[in-house]
Write a protein of this length. Structure first.
Length: 286
């Protein structure tokens, strides 16, 4: 069970979420999102940065069958000694993208602040694109007897766009909006083996959490697009597409998330064309 590298660490934590406490999961989440901080700081400094007690990191290490925290820290340190690759959280923090504005009353400064942070989101997405298993997500969508799409509040634009794009590729789907109180009825129509595509980011909409739990209990497969692979939405999912968007002054940019949605749509188009369907991609107009 003991992980031998960062990739195995993430996989092990995801597979064993049920055996870890909530605080241990918080420690694991910090470690995955701040690998440089975990690799090069003392346990006391890590605790100050994360706001998580040192004991939680020790207990996390023991739960994953390491002899202690130092042994766990080595798998974060070794790959970074040769080449330091900051995580998304570290990059956005270092560029001051979440807080810095040269002049809040200057429209150009606002655009510059958002553009710099969004560029980091897209750069990070490109560097980690091979780990997202987009082909697997396309397989889930094309194999599903019925597809529902859920994205509430600030995730609603993503859900709406994906629903529209799937229709353009002649894939029927149901967009769960909650309008007129029909969300529960739409969910009740889903059957075992159907697919629910959910986009959600902390803090989660309460309705999203409830819908995902009910869908999973009904045997519905879930494809989650989120930035929290250890969160409750991911816990219910068969596949997770992890994507990080800049959050500036309370606004989630959705730039990287929309790139994922567009890539899913065009990937489906190419797959359908490869399977012999006559699809003129340049005329889809998504």
């Amino acid at each position: 069970m003991k992980p031998g590298n960062l990739s195995e660490f993430k996989d092990t934590v995801l597979k064993n979420r049920a055996m870890l406490t909530a605080r241990q999961l918080e420690a694991a989440d910090f470690a995955l999102n701040h690998p440089n901080d975990l690799a090069f700081n003392s346990l006391t400094e890590i605790s100050k940065l994360s706001g998580i007690a040192t004991a939680m990191f020790v207990r996390l290490a023991q739960a994953l069958e390491f002899k202690g925290f130092s042994e766990m820290q080595k798998i974060f340190r070794e790959p970074l000694i040769e080449k330091s690759t900051p995580s998304y959280s570290e990059r956005i923090r270092h560029c001051q993208g979440e807080e810095h504005l040269s002049d809040p009353n200057n429209g150009g400064a606002l655009i510059d602040s958002f553009a710099r942070a969004n560029k980091i989101s897209l750069d990070y997405l490109r560097e980690n694109s091979e780990d997202l298993e987009l082909d697997k997500a396309i397989d889930l969508i094309l194999a599903a007897p019925s597809i529902s799409i859920l994205g509430l509040r600030r995730s609603f634009p993503l859900a709406t766009y994906l629903s529209y794009a799937l229709y353009r590729f002649k894939i029927a789907n149901t967009l769960i909006t909650g309008l007129a109180g029909f969300a529960e009825d739409q969910l009740d129509l889903m059957q075992a083996g159907d697919l629910l595509i959910v986009m959600s980011f902390p803090p989660y909409a309460e309705a999203t959490v409830e819908f995902c739990a009910k869908a999973r209990a009904a045997g519905v497969r879930i494809l989650a697009i989120t930035d929290d692979p250890l969160g409750i939405i991911a816990h219910e999912a068969e596949q997770i597409i992890e994507v990080h968007d800049a959050v500036l002054h309370g606004f989630r940019s959705l730039t990287a998330s929309m790139c994922i949605v567009q890539s899913l749509a065009i990937g489906i188009g190419y797959r359908k064309r490869l399977n012999g369907e006559e699809i003129l991609l340049d005329e889809i107009d998504c």
